[in-house]
Design a protein around this ligand. Structure first.
Ligand SMILES: [Zn+2]
Length: 236
């Protein structure tokens, strides 16, 4: 593979440029009289270049294959895609976020392709958990909890929440009980996951980083204070 591509490590979240030195592929062409004819399994391994990580991600795809003068060629999009390692698209999040919320989020990601409606149910529960824990809003219906959020959160975050709740079945069932399983499209389940990722980042992580930053400012100011005050006394 000659060209390079941008990649976000699913383990350490570092953005990296992947070249042939940390990316390899394998293609297994087969037919053997199977019912679908000429097929290929294409698999890839990507190694994270971050020295503190060095994790590796593996995925595989199944393609239909046709013969062309130059050899063999994949036809169209992959028939099946397998995310082998890590098994889920869940992004790594820090452990100061409540475990129950992270568990729901991770399971929603894990099951997203297999069962979008189970994934969406877990995501709705995670969303309600976030609003309850972070904002202290204890409304039992997600719809009411979201309504109470308006005016409390910044405009762009509100627009993202409002956009997701207004689509298709997610919106139609927001007023229902949180544990009710509803039918959703795979892309709707994915949108809910995306929304949860934004909220975890914009609320929990941003708040934590701000607190750390303020603490470091206080620490630096405190360390400098005695030195400043003692100077005149030490002066000759
Ligand atoms: Zn990594």
């Amino acid at each position: 593979m000659a060209e390079s591509f941008n990649w976000n490590c699913p383990y350490c979240n570092h953005a990296a440029t992947i070249t042939s030195s940390n990316f390899s592929t394998f293609t297994n062409y087969f037919d053997d009289g199977n019912k679908d004819g000429s097929l290929a399994i294409w698999s890839s391994v990507t190694v994270c270049p971050n020295n503190e990580c060095k994790e590796y991600a593996i995925k595989a795809r199944l393609y239909k294959v046709k013969n062309v003068p130059s050899g063999r060629q994949f036809i169209g999009n992959s028939l099946i895609t397998w995310q082998l390692k890590p098994q889920s698209k869940a992004k790594p999040f820090p452990s100061y976020i409540p475990k129950q919320i992270l568990d729901d989020y991770q399971e929603a990601c894990l099951i997203n392709d297999l069962s979008p409606k189970a994934s969406a149910t877990l995501s709705r529960r995670a969303l309600q958990g976030i609003i309850r824990h972070y904002w202290g809003i204890k409304k039992s219906r997600l719809q009411d909890a979201i309504n109470e959020l308006k005016g409390k959160v910044d405009q762009s975050t509100w627009e993202a929440i409002d956009a997701v709740r207004s689509i298709g079945n997610i919106g139609a069932h927001m007023e229902k009980d949180i544990n009710l399983i509803i039918d959703v499209e795979p892309n709707e389940a994915e949108l809910l996951i995306g929304l949860i990722e934004i909220l975890l980042k914009d609320w929990y992580i941003a708040k934590h980083e701000r607190e750390q930053h303020l603490k470091s400012i206080v620490a630096v100011a405190t360390a400098k204070k005695p030195a400043k005050e003692s100077k005149p006394a030490d002066a000759p």
